[in-house]
Design a protein around this ligand. Structure first.
Ligand code: ADP
Length: 426
């Protein structure tokens, strides 16, 4: 409709500064805004790196990367004139992970029960983009979490509308749940930087916490959450608590009920639930939990999750994209000869456009598209997880190293061309 031209859409632009940049964030934000509205093209595409800002003196000397995130409104481009630019400038920390110890006191041994990462972290850069799902799961999750944060900021009465700041991701192993939680934490730390000066990710592996220190677990949970409380006390820090393999913690209650692990198990679960209930009144904390076995999770825990998201094995299209990204990396490292490997959209176009023509008679790009899509289908038939897919290139090389040896031995030097891509796809 004609009114469409009046609508504006939020577009998040993430601007990463170099390690050594000392320029004020505000100055960079302004420079990026000016660049985007005057020197950039007419439309902006989701999930793309912004190019050609290097000649701007402020940006050229302090910026490493400018990136337009996915849009929640559409997967297509937006005219710059209709983009409500939200520019997030950040300078990630490096060397930023340390162990959190609890227990101790009274001459007891200290126990490493969690790791803490200062956010945004250099080690998590690129993770969000590397995770590929087909149905917009990533932006949906980010939007949900944004919504809960907007509600707390608006001071919505808890007695009327309530939520718990708990997100649960479940699904088969190797589907990227833990990575997605970390990537979400990184996103939040970048997007919420205007509200919180600091952000931290605290990762608890429920399985190790529980199996090693069973009788101590209740106390450890309390200790850990005590630390979280301290971290968020001042109100200027946002903390994401990630509980991996949460089923091992909460399955304890079931065991307790069955009489195999009497009071200990119950104590841990109750400690966890009590601590979660305390956190729900705090604005600056989010709890994310992952599980491979949702059926094993205590229903009291599942009830507390605002968002329960199933993360499935990747469908054919997502597999194609994962394999495509692996190939690009191999080309970059000279293990594969430089070749244009069509991306998913182009591959779909080539494949449908060539209906009637056999893969053998088509040009090289089309043949590659056919071949990679066929491989993706085979991986799908084998129910391969994202983790298994990312291992495929190494396995292929290990299994058929004879075929590769000519190109690969010279890969490191960078001057030799590597192995033809067809060898890898065979
Ligand atoms: P989970 O917690 O579900 O067991 P992880 O987060 O440990 O899975 O995933 C391991 C790795 O597998 C990830 O770091 C990533 O490299 C790869 N991976 C898994 N799922 C995907 C996906 N959907 N897209 C891209 N890579 C994936």
């Amino acid at each position: 409709t004609p009114d469409d031209t009046l609508v504006t859409w939020p577009v998040h632009i993430e601007v990463r500064l170099t390690r050594s940049a000392t320029v004020r964030f505000n100055v960079v934000r302004q420079a990026v805004h000016e660049f985007m509205t005057t020197s950039f093209g007419a439309v902006i595409w989701p999930s793309t790196a912004i190019e050609d800002w290097q000649t701007n003196p402020i940006l050229g000397s302090s910026v490493e990367r400018i990136y337009a995130s996915e849009f929640s409104c559409s997967g297509r481009s937006i005219p710059i004139s209709q983009a409500d630019l939200q520019i997030h400038v950040f300078q990630p920390y490096s060397d930023d992970t340390y162990d959190e110890c609890t227990g101790g006191g009274d001459g007891e041994e200290e126990v490493v029960s969690a790791t803490v990462t200062e956010m945004p972290s250099r080690s998590l850069e690129g993770l969000w983009e590397s995770l590929i799902y087909s149905d917009g799961v990533k932006s949906k999750l980010l939007d949900y979490i944004y919504a809960t944060i907007a509600f707390s900021d608006a001071d919505v009465d808890f007695n009327v509308v309530s939520w718990n700041r708990v997100v649960l991701l479940h699904g088969p192993p190797g589907t990227g749940k833990t990575s997605l939680c970390r990537a979400l934490a990184q996103k939040l730390s970048i997007r919420l930087a205007h509200k919180y000066d600091h952000a931290r990710l605290l990762e608890i592996n429920a399985h190790s916490l529980f199996s090693k220190w069973f009788s101590e677990s209740g106390k450890l949970v309390q200790g850990l959450f005590g630390n979280v409380m301290e971290m968020i006390e001042e109100g200027d820090r946002f903390v994401v608590v990630l509980i991996d393999e949460v089923e091992s913690l909460t399955a304890a209650r079931a065991a307790a009920m069955a009489g195999t692990e009497p009071s200990d198990g119950l104590r841990v679960v109750n400690a966890l639930l009590t601590q979660l209930d305390k956190l729900k009144h705090k604005k600056n904390v989010l709890v994310m939990a992952t599980s491979n076995l949702p059926k094993a999770i205590d229903s009291a825990f599942v009830d507390r999750a605002d968002i329960v998201q199933y993360i499935d094995l990747p469908p054919k299209e997502a597999i194609y994209q994962i394999l495509h990204s692996c190939l690009l990396e191999l080309i970059k490292r000279n293990l594969v000869q430089p070749t244009e490997v069509p991306n998913l959209t182009y591959a779909n176009y080539l494949i449908t456009d060539n209906l009637g023509e056999t893969p053998d008679t088509a040009d090289r790009s089309t043949r590659l598209a056919f071949k990679l899509m066929e491989l993706a289908q085979r991986c799908r038939d084998q129910h391969l997880s994202g983790r298994a897919l990312r291992k495929l290139p190494v396995l292929a090389y290990a299994t058929y190293s004879g075929a590769f040896s000519q190109g690969v031995t010279s890969g490191k030097g960078g001057s030799q061309p590597g192995t033809p891509v067809e060898t890898w796809l065979n």
